[in-house]
Design a binder for this molecule. Sequence first.
Ligand code: HEM
Length: 473
Amino acid sequence: MAPELQANILKSHGRRHTAQLFFRFGHGQQPAARLFLEEFAHTEITTAQQQQADTAQTKIDGQQRFVVTLLLSAAGYAYLDVPLDKRPGDARFAGGMKAANADLLDPPVATWDGGYQGAIHGMVLVALGERTRTRLDQHVRAIVKRLRHKSPKGDRLATVLCVEEGDSIQNDDGQDIEHFGYVDGISQPKFFVEEMAGLDTTNWDPLMPISLVLTPDPAGSVDNSFGSYFVFRKLEQNVRGFKEREKQLAKELFGDETSELAGAMAVGRFENGTPVTLSDDDVRIHNIPIPKPDLGKLNNFNYDTDPGQRCPFHSHIRKSTPRGDSVGLGDTLEGEKNRMMARRGIIYGHRFVHPNQAEFEEMPTKGVGLLFMSFQRDLAAQFEFIQRQWVNNAEFSRATPPTGLDPVIGQGPLPDGVQRYATTYGDPASTQAASAFGGFVTLKGGEYLFAPCMCFLRHATSAATQQQMAMQH
Ligand code: HEM
């Protein structure tokens, strides 16, 4: 299926820099829009097969290669007049992210960045692994020009609503970090056996079937044409607020505002990626070198022997991947793992002082954050379930006493005295409730999209012809 599938779904593009370009086709431009999709599929889009070949080639010649993908929203499918039975059928996709606003407890659309407030038809992702953005930006400008092309009558093919620039930052060990300073992207479902080489999976096996993220594309015209549902969320981070709260919590719990354990308990991992649930002894037993940990090894854990006295139930990673906490609450471990997503996010916003070195006054309160992106086969059962039933749900995974919200991305009422932490690491008797931690991440816009199979895009005009013929009958 690899020639029919777009890149970046089964394996991350892994590039340092990206551009996410959101567009809306112009009024009455359907024929030109379909032609654009066909040409773009032939000339620009990277298939999963190409991605694999490029990775191998880059290992040989060191040359960096672009990854380009194109995704459509439900409004985009409707605009293109794709027959209803050929459109991706997920009900949440059909509504779009704005329709999910109340369910997700998201901030009102009127507070989002302007580019996201109106209808979005699609997104183009361009990624490149070079040190600077120069060649990437040139390429993006050329795509913007194609999209804004004017017909002889003066009508534009599309409006470019916004272009988000993603630029990864690495820590001293060369690992990608997010703006609060923590290593990110460690825990992912894996789809290729070769990625499992050397991994100990006794406590957590990340190998998942590709059906976790792929679904047949109803518009596919050849066998094995698959697509994937995509979540995009621009999440602004108030770094200063978060780091200040970490310090206050450290003082409240341990009487020492320099203790890194408080922040680690909120996230579920220390800044260098070590899971809080693994004690020093565990880390030694697993022979994990600190401070340059082997991140793959740091994913072989679960919470079976940790009823909250090491890693709090509400910590970000425990809420978003409970690794068995939901077994018995109507879910099996297999069912729970079926909710995982392939995360493909990248951070945005320029910082002149490295996140791991910034003094308090040097930390931004806005303008930086995470472009959260994920692939899944079912929006309601995966992204939305995680955000609504786990992250935003104070009673998951324990109702008495309630667990509280995820301090990183939880949305909803955030009372003091609910989130609980063990003040002596590993001692359940020392567990106490603390003042509320949360509210430092704000949604600035987003959309649900679908990565169509290549054959639909390559034959976008003939798909439209079929539709017109069907209408004439
Ligand atoms: C600004 C927002 C966010 C920040 C700063 C953030 C930060 C992090 C960090 C530091 C990790 C640990 C690294 C790892 O295990 O890979 C992590 C893991 C994770 N995050 Fe986030 N994240 C954010 C948004 C989200 C959102 C919106 C979701 C989904 C609703 C999400 C779901 C996950 C999942 C599923 C994991 C893996 C947990 C595991 O498997 O143990 N994150 N995040």
